[in-house]
Design a protein around this ligand. Structure first.
Ligand SMILES: [Co+2]
Length: 339
């Protein structure tokens, strides 16, 4: 049962940290008490629950960002004294098809895919997410690109690693991967002025059937989203397709995190909602955006953010998985650039 897992996970941590960390246990009980039915908590399977370190350290200023050589061209936000342009929220990701812009966009996406596959090859029991991040960082730099998450709004690492109950934006750290974990690795690279963004949820060792099924349905959610894309199609079709896939099943899709336009800017219009919605936008040739549904076990789609300001957990510590591709709308259809 879920509450037993939370308790034993919190107890293990309290043991390693010493008696002063009883608050971990108390909070674990509070997390449990938010469950919709206290009599019979939902059973989400066999996995470790990720909780913030105790005592809380707020923010990430205690984490030293990795170094990037001067020869690597950085995005604007990673330069000192950068101020966000006033019109940033108005910009839309659309490239001129058939020219240099499209070529560069495709190259960034292709590199992101290669890095995602490389990161996946490193996923093994006992490996820390910090060591995966360090390897990913070096790989990206050796391909003359910049790891886009690094220093984005102050993010201190070069990729996001989100394990089990973490929805998105997990910060790589020194926790070794455990047998039975699921881990999403979210990769974004900045190459020749364009960002390429993709993510996948990997299985660590022997994952229980509910965990494997969650990852499988998440991949399906991404695919039905992709199939609703093409010139003249409505963006809201993506959310509708995912809604239809999950209907009558014990999963929910996070409405807190969206796909986004991508190109010379990491995150921009059009915003891509993965839940049922009534947004008016229509896909036009040249639009480039991500689809990245975050699917959660059970019927509670809410999340909460750790004191670090980034790591997002499901509210009830149910597991979540995510998968992400970049889609380019062409005159004929939709190309998946990170496949
Ligand atoms: Co993204």
């Amino acid at each position: 049962m879920l509450w037993q897992q939370i308790r034993s996970s919190a107890r293990r941590r309290a043991q390693t940290l010493g008696k002063s960390h009883i608050p971990t246990l108390r909070r674990a009980y509070r997390v449990f008490s938010t469950s919709t039915n206290e009599e019979e908590p939902e059973d989400f399977g066999d996995y470790s629950i990720i909780l913030p370190e105790e005592p809380f350290i707020f923010g990430t200023s205690h984490i030293t960002p990795r170094r990037v050589p001067d020869r690597i061209i950085r995005p604007d936000y990673a330069k000192p004294d950068w101020v966000a342009p006033r019109d940033a929220h108005l910009r839309e990701a659309r490239v001129l098809l058939g020219g240099e812009e499209e070529t560069r966009l495709r190259e960034a996406a292709k590199l992101a895919k290669a890095v995602r596959e490389y990161a996946g090859s490193l996923v093994k029991v006992g490996v820390t997410t910090n060591s995966i991040d360090a390897a990913v960082h070096d790989y990206i730099i050796s391909h003359s690109a910049y790891p886009s998450p690094l220093l984005y709004s102050g993010f201190p690492r070069s990729c996001c690693t989100s394990i089990n109950n973490i929805l998105v934006h997990g910060i790589p750290d020194d926790r070794p991967l455990e047998d039975g974990d699921i881990i999403n690795i979210d990769i974004t690279v900045y190459l020749n002025g364009y960002h390429g963004d993709t993510s996948q949820t990997f299985l660590v060792g022997d994952v229980d059937p509910p965990g494997r099924e969650l990852v499988e349905i998440t991949n399906q959610a991404l695919e039905v989203g992709i199939r609703s894309c093409g010139p003249g199609q409505q963006f809201k079709g993506i959310g509708k397709a995912i809604h239809n896939l999950l209907r009558h099943r014990d999963y929910s899709v996070s409405a807190q995190f969206t796909g986004h336009g991508i190109g010379t800017i990491f995150h921009m219009q059009p915003w891509v909602l993965h839940h049922l919605n009534d947004e008016p936008g229509v896909m036009q040739p040249g639009h480039c955006f991500t689809i990245e549904p975050c699917i959660m076990q059970g019927s509670n789609p809410r999340g909460w953010i750790f004191p670090d300001g980034w790591t997002a957990s499901s509210e009830n510590c149910a597991r979540a998985a995510q998968a992400e591709h970049m889609v380019l709308i062409t005159n004929e259809g939709a190309d998946v650039l990170t496949r």
